[in-house]
Design a protein around this ligand. Sequence first.
Ligand SMILES: [Zn+2]
Ligand SMILES: [Zn+2]
Length: 256
Amino acid sequence: MLFDTHAHLNAVQYNEDLEQVIERARDEGVSHIVVVGFDRPTIDRAIELAERYPFIYAAVGWHPVDAIEMTDDDLQMIEQLAAHPKVVALGEMGLDYHWDQSPKDVQQEVFRRQIRLAKKVKLPIIIHNREATADILKILQEENAAEVGGIMHCFSGSVEVAKQCIDMNFLISLGGPVTFKNAKKPKEVAKEIPLSHLLIETDCPYLTPHPFRGKRNEPSYVKYVAEAIAEIKNVSFAEVAETTAENAKKLFAIDR
Ligand SMILES: [Zn+2]
Ligand SMILES: [Zn+2]
């Protein structure tokens, strides 16, 4: 049992061979996948996939890079989809200060509006953070996001920041970087943060784990993330796979 909590099977990179990609994931023991939408086309496609495959779920939200493009209609669409039986979270949402196509103040407002919506519809949130940790923590605090909690996706921060997020009712999700030899912080987080607060993800098609780094990522590779955590923590692969899957099912209220 492996739960990939963050996959973009809705990306154009899978247009040619989605069926095979999904088959390989099933063959490797991937039991659940959350496909994450972040704008209109990817949200539509995430819902389509969640409706077609019983083991696929959807998260719907608006990415900070495109925050400038989000309209009131878009937010309303997200609110309506929140009632869909296969929608298990809102996101990804957050702040991305690496790219500057959306000004910081616009990103922050779009982030706040989505947190408020999540509290209204009572769904956990999936946070995207790039070079914006201080503002993310501030906004989560000010908006009392702890009320719904959620996931710090592809977490790349320090152990200290991870603990602050856990105190705000968030789980820490590790992806491909934990398998990289030079990734000091994710390895420290994998070591210090208890399995009870960890999740695994691919963020495919991006952030491909070792030994396929540089190639297109896919959900079957989530096993390399679980293997790396097992090795760092000196526990069995099965324990990592089962505990992270249980954590995810509890957060997303799946199979209960
Ligand atoms: Zn992201
Ligand atoms: Zn993503």
